[in-house]
Write a protein that binds this ligand. Structure first.
Ligand code: SAM
Length: 244
């Protein structure tokens, strides 16, 4: 069926590419890509030769309309370099415009670093807030953290090695000493999850700049409060509330 297909690709391990993702890529008339070198490699690996068009959220409205015109008559697949498009990646304006224009939109779901990290973090998963990348500048970052302070949910951020130490320090001072987890290089050779309090992790990563791709997660405030007050019963009640 013609339309726009949002297709997830692996976040590190090629074996995570779904059969539907492969089918849709094979059937695609056009593959809209973030970076043609990255997706070119994937297509080459699959033995596919496809027309690629670079697309991102800075693309012009004309570029978008051209892609959507093609999605009326054929199959347009949107992929990003890794993971699920639109999740801290391009595609939002394209999907919004497609919906506004009544174009069929569907998905081949698959890997996303945020969900993968959350699922092995040991932090509560019942309510979470995905916040993407924190701002780079100190003041903007502190303001963002302040907005999340009262949110009763596990917070999930994308981070990079060079920024991790500063982000952890800012989170520790803005949120108090909550439980946290750093998930690194998921599905790759050096996959690692380090858990601890925000203060512990801030100290650990102050000098040690980890390599690779990182998801940083911070537990909800209630959990920390109950644990900190040393009130075992309250902590247990809180933990029970969070069971699925
Ligand atoms: N759309 C992608 C997704 O669904 O996961 C995310 C794209 S975003 C531009 C890239 C960020 O995702 C990285 O900076 C890192 O924070 C996170 N990430 C991607 N792959 C990862 C991996 N294998 N392990 C840990 N974090 C990863």
């Amino acid at each position: 069926d013609s339309g726009l297909y949002i297709v997830a690709t692996p976040i590190g391990n090629l074996a995570d590419l779904s059969q539907r993702a492969v089918q849709l890529l094979a059937a695609a008339d056009i593959v809209a890509v973030e970076d043609s070198r990255v997706t070119g490699k994937l297509l080459h690996h699959l033995g596919l030769k496809k027309k690629m068009r670079r697309y991102n959220d800075h693309s012009s409205a004309d570029d978008r309309d051209r892609l959507l015109e093609q999605a009326r008559a054929g199959i347009v697949v949107l992929v990003s370099d890794a993971g699920t498009p639109l999740i801290s990646d391009p595609g939002y304006k394209l999907v919004r415009a497609a919906r506004e224009q009544g174009i069929y939109v569907s998905t081949a779901p698959g890997p996303s670093a945020a969900i993968a990290a959350l699922s092995i973090s040991g932090l509560p998963t019942d309510v979470f807030l995905f916040a993407g990348f924190l701002p780079n500048k100190e003041k903007a970052r502190a303001d963002a953290i302040e907005r999340y302070r009262t949110v009763d949910a596990t917070l999930v951020f994308y981070e990079s090695g060079p920024r991790l130490g500063a982000a952890l320090a800012a989170l520790a001072s803005g949120l108090g000493d909550r439980k946290a987890a750093v998930a690194r290089e998921l599905t790759k050779k050096f996959e690692e999850v380090v858990t601890g309090s925000l203060a512990d992790l801030a100290e650990r990563y102050a000098a040690d700049q980890p390599k690779g791709e990182i998801v940083l997660m911070v537990g909800p405030p209630a959990e920390a409060a109950a644990a900190e007050s040393g009130d075992a019963e309250a902590a247990l009640a809180e933990a029970l509330l969070r069971l699925p």
